[in-house]
Design a protein. Structure first.
Lengths: 273, 615
């Protein structure tokens, strides 16, 4: 029976590795085409794959040892002598120092990506503040400055508003100010590898640079009540010209009041002023 | 050391088969196997009875928590479809569906029950109580009455949790209860009375844990048998000791935070509530508080709590692995030091739950380094477990299988933790199913498998009978396979960006194709849930029909195996004196046996002779 269980545990490890290997085939892997579509996202993916390699080697290595130990242990009979040992100082030193070197490498190797992502002093120099995103139960309200103006901390009369639809220009670093009106929420754009909590009482700047134009799904990643699952939104990245054109058009649409602009009406208005 | 005569029951038939050492009184009658069981409904101050009370309560709660989990799994596999059994009774008002607020309640209460009513009390409460005095050679805990109260304080807590279901559908703020969802009564249907009851229940469990931890520390420091030096203590005791310290220092913070949140909710204080917040058209909040404060306070307890949920299992598995490998534990002292290191580092890693929370990014860097470093003592422990099994004569019984599963699953759970510790990667996988996979591998895959092993290992000491090993192996195989089928795919779901706590993720186009995989996982989860009835049947059936056994059925070394099974009041009929460490299996000092009980004295001359022969 011992040999059976040794094979059982070896098989379990083999199946988990195999299952992970076929994951991308069934799109049980990074969403969409599997690639990150932002500059930081690409770096995050690189780090992910680096850790994945280290971890996989460790996993396979420890399970080869485990399998060997079980297989061998199952064959030792009552009459056989077992290896009477209280441990080995040399081994302890080795398996303390080697992993600590690897772990510290992982830790310090990540630092600059984190710094660039979150520390304000290291944000890209020309980051355009595109919009303020305010989360509430259960939608995202987005406030853009009028065409040609810059985003003010307080709402302005000519601001443009959208709901659940964040428009940004691609190919340049942009930032959004993240707020919450009620409870805690979090923006999560899987395709861009962007995630940040929206904390009531705080305004948190989030920057990213979308590399490819397109539409990216956006979800809420912090439990915010019964409708947490339905805060469906999208990030639309377009070329800068298209973005500006959209803004002009959106400003026009937003201020449209349906009153026909006849020459008489325009003249009367001019008289009033 | 008192020498109370054990409870006189039926003389044990064949109870001394394995006790070839004959250094205890053969004149004593073995106590009735069920002598502890009959004391369960009493306010007993006997640590063994209290341990058993905790064990049986937590096993019941395990089934409750499991049922809640199956509710969650049902919705993820068959969203909005009529739920079997409960759909026609509990959820009739919703047409048999799980409503979204019910779903968030299920998620919240599954976690709360499993963490606060199962894992923490089964480790510290059940095994801590049962094993500490027995393994260190004491006749009871230092404060028996306090000990009794620590169990009975569980019940008001269970009542609070239970009652909370009847207010607004139950608390639904997640087990972390982040404000403002948990601070403002109008924030969600479950944020009213239910949330208050939840917080009160949590505080009561804290009181219960605190009474236990004070007791454990005092008992372990003061009441060890003669010869039981600190470095002759079984690793179970070390782990319980370190856990008790963790609890004693971390719990007050959670209790304080709990009171602050209750005050915010009921007295109108604003510890966690900033100004000008409008929820569901209620009046704007007055404010001045900061929601992040709760996260810091909560995780300052709840991260050490993760180790409270793991360390005792590590200790018990070390004991069982050594015994079932018939070999000393590999690197006893590194094992102790690494547990201490985990506990020490455990206090400075709480911020890794908050990498995306908006706290100062410089903190993110320090927390990343400390978090990644905590993998080191965990790795050392894993290597030592492998070293313990290396070259041993492995006994492949249900106890051993669960321990091997512990090691194997802990490797997966530990390695997946590295992804999260790395902050940039955590930005992506935070609050996705990757996290869910990670902590289920640690808390279920490691801790609970360790507990399954421990139940079967120490059952003979509780009831003087063995649990059925074949049934135990079947239970193990089904649980292990179904566990991996349920939780391993969650890693891949997480990488696919599948968010946590979603009542219906499939209306997002990028998640649609993950439904079949979730259905597979749910089927596995259902199988796993029902397999636990095998454990219960084995546990309760063996109390009455299990094979009778003597004092030391496993040929183990610990002091607990020198007592009658079950031990009578006062535990030891022969006052124990300890001469060795607990892991002298296959020692050349033990003449024809492959074990050397801690109480067996080996004369100096013999030790010298063997030492010389060895060189």
């Amino acid at each position: 029976m011992g040999r059976f269980w040794a094979i059982f545990f070896i098989l379990a490890a083999v199946v988990t590795v195999g299952f992970s290997a076929i994951g991308p085939e069934f799109r049980w892997w990074f969403p969409g085409d599997g690639l990150a579509h932002s500059t930081l996202g690409k770096k995050i993916d690189d780090l992910f794959y680096l850790i994945l390699i280290i971890v996989s080697v460790t996993y396979v290595g420890t399970h080869i040892v485990l399998g060997y130990v079980l297989w061998r242990g199952a064959g030792i009979q009552k009459s056989d002598k077992v290896w009477f040992s209280h441990g080995s100082h040399a081994l302890e030193v080795i398996w303390t120092i080697v992993p600590s070197g690897i772990l510290l490498f992982i830790a310090f190797y990540q630092m600059d990506v984190w710094r660039n992502y979150r520390v304000k002093a290291y944000f890209p120099k020309k980051t355009a503040a595109v919009a303020e995103v305010t989360a509430r139960q259960f939608e995202w309200r987005i406030r853009y400055p009028a065409p040609g103006k810059i985003l003010q901390p307080r709402p302005q009369p000519d601001d443009i508003y959208t709901v659940n639809d964040i428009r940004v220009p691609a190919g340049q670093p942009v930032s959004i100010s993240l707020r919450s009106d009620d409870v805690q929420h979090a923006i999560f754009v899987p395709g861009l590898r962007v995630k940040q909590d929206a904390v009531p009482g705080l305004v948190i700047p989030v920057w990213f640079e979308v590399t490819d134009t397109g539409t990216y799904d956006m979800v809420c990643a912090e439990l915010c009540g019964w409708g947490h699952y339905k805060m469906k939104a999208q990030v639309v990245a377009s070329s800068e010209e298209e973005f500006e054109a959209w803004k002009v058009n959106a400003a026009k649409e937003q201020s449209y009041d349906g009153v026909p602009q006849t020459p008489e009406a325009v003249a009367a208005k001019a008289d009033d002023e | 050391m008192s020498t109370v005569t054990p409870d006189v029951g039926h003389p044990g038939a064949g109870g001394h088969d394995h006790d070839s050492h004959g250094h205890h009184g053969h004149g004593h009658a073995e106590p009735s196997p069920l002598s502890l069981l009959w004391q369960l409904p009493t306010f007993s101050c006997d640590h063994k009875v209290i341990g058993l009370q905790f064990l049986i309560t937590t096993l019941m709660m395990l089934m409750v928590g499991g049922a809640l989990a199956l509710g969650v799994r049902w919705q993820l596999a068959f969203p909005w479809e009529r739920m079997p059994i409960l759909g026609d009774t509990v959820f009739k008002a919703d047409g048999g569906q799980i409503a979204p607020e019910t779903y968030t309640m299920l998620v919240t209460m599954h976690a709360s029950v499993m963490i606060f009513l199962v894992i923490i009390p089964i480790l510290a409460g059940a095994f801590g109580n049962f094993l500490i005095p027995l393994q260190i050679g004491a006749d009871d805990m230092a404060f028996p009455t306090l000990n009794m109260l620590s169990y009975w304080f569980m019940w008001p807590a269970i009542a609070c949790f239970g009652a909370s279901f009847f207010f607004g559908g139950g608390p639904a703020g997640g087990w972390t209860s982040y404000p403002l969802l948990s601070a403002l009564q109008q924030a969600a249907p479950g944020s009213g009375m239910a949330q208050t009851l939840w917080l009160v229940g949590l505080t009561l469990i804290g009181v219960s844990s605190m009474m236990g931890s004070v007791n454990y520390m005092t008992t372990i420091i003061n009441m060890r048998a003669p010869g039981m030096t600190l470095f002759r203590m079984p690793l179970t005791i070390w782990s319980m000791f370190i856990t008790a310290i963790l609890q004693a220092f971390a719990l007050p913070v959670l209790t304080a935070a709990g009171f602050m949140l209750v005050a915010d909710r009921t007295l109108g204080t604003c510890f966690f509530i900033p100004s000008g917040i409008v929820v569901n058209n209620a009046a704007p909040t007055v404010g001045g508080g900061q929601p992040l404060l709760w996260q810091h306070l909560f995780w300052f307890y709840s991260h050490p709590a993760v180790y409270i949920m793991l360390l005792p299992a590590m200790g018990m598995v070390s004991d069982m692995l050594a015994c079932m490998s018939r070999k000393p534990i590999f690197g006893y002292k590194p094992m102790v030091y690494s547990m201490a290191a985990i506990a020490g580092l455990g206090f400075i890693v709480w911020g890794h739950h908050m990498f995306t929370s908006g706290m100062n990014p410089a903190l993110g860097m320090t927390f990343m380094v400390s978090t990644i470093l905590i993998a080191l003592p965990s790795a050392v422990k894993t290597f030592n477990w492998l070293g313990t099994m290396w070259g041993g004569r492995l006994q492949f019984n249900a106890v051993m299988l669960n321990c091997i599963a512990f090691v194997s699953m802990f490797i997966i759970g530990g390695l997946s933790g590295i992804f999260m510790a790395a902050v940039p990667v955590d930005i992506y996988i935070h609050d996705t199913y990757f996290i869910v996979a990670h902590f289920h591998y640690v808390i279920f895959g490691a801790t609970l498998f360790g507990c399954f092993g421990a139940i079967q290992f120490w059952f003979p000491k509780m009831f003087g009978r063995m649990m059925n090993d074949t049934l135990g192996q079947i239970h193990f195989a089904i649980t292990f396979i179904a566990f991996n089928c349920t939780f391993f795919p969650m890693h891949l779901l997480g990488v696919a960006g599948f968010p946590r706590r979603y009542a219906d993720p499939y209306h997002f186009p990028y998640l649609e194709h993950l439904l079949p995989l979730n259905q597979f996982m749910t089927i596995a989860a259902i199988i796993m849930g029902f397999a636990q009835f095998l454990l219960l049947a084995n546990f309760f059936g063996s109390m009455f029909f299990g094979k009778r056994c003597g004092r030391n059925p496993w040929n183990a070394n610990g002091l607990e195996w020198t007592t009658p099974s079950p031990p009578g009041h006062g535990n030891f009929d022969i006052p124990p004196v300890c001469y060795h460490g607990p892991y002298e299996y296959s020692s050349p000092l033990s003449h024809d046996n492959d074990f050397l009980p801690q109480t067996e004295y080996v004369p100096l001359a013999q030790r010298q002779a063997i030492a010389q022969a060895g060189h």
